[in-house]
Write a protein of this length. Structure first.
Length: 157
């Protein structure tokens, strides 16, 4: 999914636990997209080409080969353990709570909407709910989800 979806779902999830989510918007943005660093390289490759092709970017960004272990369940659990350990000594506990909410939310959104290897690097088994068959259908699906979340965001926030 795209960053808009991750940021809005991160914001909604954070607002369920922290009433001052609006004040924490920048940390929400950062922790909602930080595990997408493995998508930055394919995006730059397509963006820097003379011919901008959204379909090629979508295919490269969604390719399982472009997903690092950061995108999968074991890394999410490891991240949460680190956050819980830091939480005991940290001064800015709200920011750590934002991280502890937004990173798993990102993982859940990707797990439910795209191709994932939930137990990578231990297993190469692929999980996908078959929301679409082709990259074009994937772009349409992502566009519909994005628009729906934007409407919800602007109606309720």
């Amino acid at each position: 999914m795209n960053w808009i979806v991750h940021i809005i779902t991160g914001y909604f999830a954070t607002s369920l636990f922290l009433p001052n989510a609006k004040e924490l918007f920048l940390p929400i943005v950062i922790f909602s997209v930080v595990i997408d660093v493995d998508h930055w390289l394919p995006f730059l490759r397509v963006f820097l080409k003379k011919e901008k092709n959204l379909l090629n970017y979508y295919k490269s960004a969604e390719a399982l080969e472009m997903r690092s272990v950061l995108h999968e369940f074991p890394a999410t659990v490891a991240f949460l353990v680190i956050i819980l350990l830091l939480y005991q000594t940290a001064l800015h506990k709200e920011i750590l709570l934002v991280a502890a909410i937004c990173v798993p939310t990102h993982y859940i959104v990707d797990f439910l909407t795209g191709h994932t290897r939930p137990l990578s690097p231990f297993s190469r088994r692929i999980f996908f709910l078959n929301w679409w068959k082709t990259a074009k259908e994937g772009i349409i699906f992502e566009g519909i989800v994005t628009l729906a979340l934007l409407v919800l965001y602007f109606v309720f926030v």
